[in-house]
Design a protein around this ligand. Sequence first.
Ligand code: 5GP
Ligand code: ZN
Length: 113
Amino acid sequence: MDCPFCKIANGDIPADICYEDDKVVAFADLNPQAPIHKLIIPRQHISSLNDLTSADNALMGHLIHSAQQLADQLGIATDGYRLLLNCNAGGGQTVFHLHVHLLGGRQMRWPPG
Ligand code: 5GP
Ligand code: ZN
């Protein structure tokens, strides 16, 4: 499968990895939108939020918890940060391997563009 995030998870293309375990991988976004911009992905290929089933509940819980732990390690937990998932083209998704954006290190604004 020609999926860039599967390739990062498998080590086939390089990335600045900041956390990994048997279920998830976190790495720096190539085009950061904030001083801290990480992507947290499941190793398992799931194309988008639309493809989740109840069988993925534990995995998604682990993904969010990993993002929370990473925010703490990066020193942005107290100030605050944003977790974001884009779904399909209308939601701004450009890479079709489910990922959580972790954004921090600056004031986030609302509504997003
Ligand atoms: P989306 O728009 O799908 O929610 O977010 C995709 C994100 O992946 C973008 O912020 C983009 O900069 C990032 N990205 C795309 N390709 C690569 C890549 O090969 N390596 C890394 N580290 N980030 C990527
Ligand atoms: Zn993939």
